[in-house]
Design a protein around this ligand. Structure first.
Ligand SMILES: Cc1ncc(COP(=O)(O)O)c(C=O)c1O
Length: 385
């Protein structure tokens, strides 16, 4: 199988990640639950990974790194713990449902107002709209770094500067860019950064988290056992315990730490460059095929290694099924959990077929995928004439 669905999850994890999970499963007790060797071993695993995350994103202190099971949970913790009744929030039409749905509940249940930055025909954010959307009660601007559909990348520094000047909390969803692109919370004025562990960070599924600036208070979404302050009636106030209830996924967190080590040892830029060459080669190979529709801005220096396309009016699920059944190529059709993006790009009925590349692919796989698209397009074009 040729796996071109890396934006959904990175499939083959490095051996070091697998080994770290096995080692943790054989040694780790329950973190923060006493002073047994096993519990302390788990504490060390968790702390080391917090430290690696804080270094990766330039977080002020490892204690400001909170673990969750994925970025969806991290985004929910941030949005529900910061936004209050009557607040105004700005987001964009390129967001994933991980952002849009929690905001819809806040709109419905807490009378929160939400405005959406539009995107242009290439899927790029209309930056010029941002200042006009800011109101006196704008509390949060929440945005992804890279679109999971087009691969377009947003200029975080520019938006972070606007937020800082207007005293707006800037929450960023880096699900598609963490582990591929340099992200600096301090430089980019990011207040809360939500990440997932199982995509380009090469960790196991069930890992993710949020990094929080020192001065940002997030009310806990959940409460329960923390192993400390047992007689407190409520969640301990200190970070990260305030936002972490129940047993942590220390086994997965060990794998996530090993994923970050792997990226650092190989060089993040080198891994990303490889994936980008595959993505660009694929784009160049398919762009002149008759009746191909390509989505996104390919005229930029930085973009995530994603190419989304359609062939004429062919349903995206049908094309993806042919690629899978006849060519053994895994892609992702449909709407990719990004309803407003598809509405904006007028692809609600057809969807798009997303090809997403990683450093683990090969040039032969890319060439084969181009050939497959050419053959399916020729066949489709001949039957529609
Ligand atoms: C931009 C974006 N945000 C959020 C998510 C949700 O990630 P997870 O399923 O790990 O919570 C994804 C996953 O595809 C994504 O691409």
């Amino acid at each position: 199988m040729i796996y071109l669905d890396n934006a959904a999850t990175s499939k083959t994890k490095p051996d070091e990640v697998i080994q770290a999970v096995i080692d943790a499963m054989q040694s780790a007790g329950n973190a923060s639950r006493g002073a047994s060797n096993e519990s302390l071993s788990s504490d060390r695993i968790v702390f080391q990974t917090r430290k690696k995350i804080s270094e990766l994103f330039n977080v002020s202190n490892p204690r400001q790194v909170v673990f969750t099971k994925n970025s969806t949970e991290a985004i929910n913790v941030a949005l529900q713990g910061i936004i209050e009744e009557g607040d105004h929030v700005i987001t964009s039409c390129m967001e994933h449902n991980s952002v849009l749905r929690p905001l819809n509940y806040l709109k419905r249940d807490k009378k929160v107002e939400v405005d959406y930055i539009h995107i242009d025909e290439n899927g790029d954010l209309k930056y010029e709209e941002i200042k006009g959307l800011i109101k006196l009660n704008t509390k949060v601007l929440v945005l992804n770094h890279a679109s999971n559909v087009t691969g377009n990348i947003n200029n975080l520094r520019h938006i972070g500067d606007i937020c800082r000047a207007k005293n707006i909390i800037f929450i960023v969803d880096v699900s598609q860019s963490a582990g591929s692109f340099e992200i600096d919370m301090i430089r980019d004025n990011i207040d809360v950064l939500c990440f997932t562990g199982h995509k380009s960070l090469l960790g196991p599924q069930g890992t993710g988290g949020l990094c929080v600036r020192d001065n940002i208070y997030i009310e806990p979404l959940m409460s329960g056992g923390t192993g400390v302050h047992t007689y407190d009636s409520y969640q301990p106030d200190r970070m990260p315990t305030r936002l972490e209830s129940g047993t942590l996924n220390a086994h997965g967190i060990a794998g996530l730490g090993a994923g970050i080590d792997y990226i650092n040892s190989k060089g993040m830029d080198k891994l990303t460059e490889k994936a980008t060459i595959f993505s660009k080669t694929f784009f160049d190979g398919v762009k002149s095929i008759d009746n191909i529709k390509l989505y996104g801005n390919y005229d930029t220096q930085y973009r995530a290694p994603i190419v989304s396309l359609n062939i004429a009016d062919m349903d995206s699920s049908e094309l993806s099924a042919i690629l899978s059944d006849k060519y053994n190529i895994s892609t992702r059709p449909g709407a990719h959990c990004a309803p407003l993006l598809h509405e904006s790009m007028k692809t609600v009925d057809q969807g798009m077929v997303r090809f997403s590349f990683s450093h683990q692919n090969t040039m032969e796989e890319v060439e084969f995928a181009i050939k497959a698209i050419r053959e399916v397009a020729e066949e489709e074009n001949s039957t529609t004439i």
